[in-house]
Each structure stands twice: as structure tokens, then as C-alpha cells.
Design a protein around this ligand. Structure first.
Ligand code: CLF
Ligand code: SF4
Length: 295
């Protein structure tokens, strides 16, 4: 794909373009509750930590409810450019719902940009369908390219009715993530790779992940701090030191563009990044302070 087309795809996306996040809004539709892997920093009481902030949970919608919410939000937010599916579990582990939701929305809106976030396990088998659906932005959370490190992060991997754990599970997941990133990038999808920086686990290895992501054609990487989730195995793990995070981002910026404005938003977030207005659209939601708490 030509550079100009790539830039055009990123220009109105508040996560893919730093400038766009001051102007454009995105909304997440929480239609994907289940997950097919177990990350040690995850507590299933909360949204997927790979793309979210622990401590808040999302309601779950059917595809039809997702469409209705999209239409309500679109009518009120003229700067809405992106609809994303980011959990509260994994977008691809709930593929039927994810696909149906996007199909319903495409029937009523030809222009809105679709975005997905995934742990990548099912990417090799779904990459083609993702592209056919008109999804041009996919986030893959890949915390390691070394199975020894991966085994410290992932407890088990549930793939086609088999449970894989330890090294075997990490090998399987990592190989699918890498194949998936490459397959999507080859098809012109802008791939963002999220990496959760875990002190003493993968912090020394992040540059290797970024270099590999670049070789495979990723567009940007987003190195995120760990916010320890209550009830997860890493509940008492030290949170990522912000100073070390900026050093690592700077080092990795030598290899590939870095996202630095992520707000680790929730799976039902609505609005501009850091200015969540989902409480206006979600019935029964207590007035939240997302904008204050985020990022
Ligand atoms: Fe949502 Fe993610 Fe798409 Fe953005 S979020 S699926 S790429 S539309 Fe954005 Fe939120 Fe950070 Fe994600 S600020 S957690 S990077
Ligand atoms: Fe939790 Fe997300 Fe990991 Fe699944 S991919 S276990 S939802 S953090």
C-alpha cells in the first residue's frame, strides 16, 4: 500500500494519530464478553486489560443493541469517526457477535471506520474475513516474542477445544500473533501492537518486540503501563514506573512510531480520548469520572 493511503487511513483515527485525538471521537461497543486466553494481569471481573483500564466493567450488548447505541451516539456526536470492538473480552473470541455488529452498522453507515482489538490467537484464521468486513485498524496485544517470557505472562490458551499451558501455550499464542500481524499488514490493515510493560518480566525485552513488529509491517506500537488489577495473579506486581516507561518508549521510537496518548479506556468508552461521555448514552450508568481517572 502506498504511504499516502496509509496516512489517509490514520488521519481521522484518534488512537492512530496524535493530532486526531484532539478532534475526533471513537466509541466502543461491548459486544465481546468471552476470552480464549488467561493473562496473569487479568481479572475477568473487569474489561480486557490489554486495551483497558482495570477497575471498571462494561455491560454487554447484543449486535442489535450495539447498532442502536451506535445510532444514538452518531446522532449526537458529529465528530465520531471510529467504532471499535475492544472486549470486555476478546473481539475475535466472540467473532459471531463482532462480525454481526459491524455488518449491521455498515448497512446504515458506509463511512465510519472500524477498529478491533485482540490478543491475536485467532488472527491467522480470521485475517481474511476481517479485511472483507472492511476493518482497516486492528490492535494486537503482543507482550513478548520469547515463549519463556510469554509463559510468565499467560496462564493458558484455549484453542479449538484444547487447553495449552506453560511454554506450549505461549509458543502457540506468540506464533499466531506474529503470523496475524504479518497477514493483516500485507493486506493493508494498519496494525497497532500494544505491549503491557511488566517490571521484571518483559521490560528488558520490549525493544525486541517492537523491532519484530516493525519487520512484520506494524504501523505503530503502544507500550502501556501495567495497572495491577485486583483479583489477578499480578495483583501485587509493582505498577510500571512512568519514568522507565518513557525511556523505553523513547528507545523504541528509534525503530517504530510510538503511541503515547493512550488512555487505557474501557470497553464501552464513548467520546474523545480522555473525555469520556459514555454516561450520557448508557442507561443506568452512574456518572463516572473517567476523564479524570484515565491515562
Ligand atoms: Fe478503541 Fe483501541 Fe481502536 Fe482506539 S482504543 S479499539 S485503537 S478505537 Fe485507544 Fe483506548 Fe488506548 Fe486503545 S486510547 S485503550 S489505544
Ligand atoms: Fe483478560 Fe484481555 Fe488477557 Fe483475555 S486477552 S485474559 S480479557 S487481559
Amino acid at each position: 500500500m502506498k504511504m499516502i493511503q496509509i496516512k489517509e487511513k490514520a488521519i481521522n483515527h484518534p488512537c492512530y494519530s496524535f493530532e486526531a485525538h484532539h478532534q475526533y471521537a471513537r466509541m466502543h461497543l461491548p459486544v465481546a464478553p468471552g476470552c480464549n486466553i488467561s493473562c496473569n494481569y487479568c481479572s475477568r471481573k473487569f474489561d480486557c486489560v490489554n486495551e483497558s483500564r482495570p477497575g471498571v466493567t462494561s455491560d454487554v450488548l447484543t449486535p442489535e443493541e450495539g447498532l442502536a447505541r451506535f445510532q444514538r451516539v452518531k446522532a449526537k456526536l458529529p465528530n465520531l469517526t471510529v467504532v471499535g470492538i475492544a472486549g470486555p473480552g476478546d473481539a475475535l473470541a466472540n467473532w459471531k457477535n463482532t462480525k454481526k455488529t459491524l455488518e449491521l452498522i455498515r448497512k446504515v453507515d458506509q463511512d465510519i471506520t472500524f477498529c478491533l482489538s485482540t490478543n491475536g490467537l485467532l488472527l491467522p484464521e480470521l485475517a481474511e474475513e476481517i479485511v472483507q468486513l472492511g476493518v482497516h485498524h486492528v490492535t494486537v496485544t503482543a507482550n513478548s516474542i520469547d515463549p519463556e517470557i510469554g509463559a510468565l505472562i499467560y496462564r493458558n490458551i484455549h484453542y479449538h477445544n484444547h487447553l495449552y499451558d506453560g511454554l506450549e501455550g505461549a509458543k502457540l499464542l506468540i506464533s499466531h500473533q506474529l503470523q496475524g500481524i504479518e497477514a493483516l499488514a500485507e493486506k493493508g490493515v494498519l496494525v497497532k501492537v500494544n505491549i503491557v510493560m511488566l517490571e521484571g518480566v518483559n521490560d528488558h525485552h520490549i525493544q525486541e518486540v517492537v523491532k519484530r513488529a516493525k519487520e512484520l509491517g506494524a504501523f505503530v506500537t503502544n507500550i502501556m503501563p501495567l495497572i495491577p488489577a485486583e483479583g489477578s495473579k499480578f495483583e501485587n506486581h509493582p505498577p510500571t514506573d512512568p519514568k522507565r516507561l518513557s525511556v523505553v518508549r523513547k528507545q523504541c521510537g528509534e525503530h517504530l512510531q510510538q503511541m503515547t496518548h493512550c488512555k487505557q479506556c474501557r470497553a464501552d468508552a464513548i467520546g474523545m480520548l480522555g473525555q469520556d461521555c459514555s454516561d450520557q448514552f448508557i442507561e443506568g450508568r452512574q456518572k463516572c469520572n473517567c476523564a479524570k481517572e484515565a491515562g
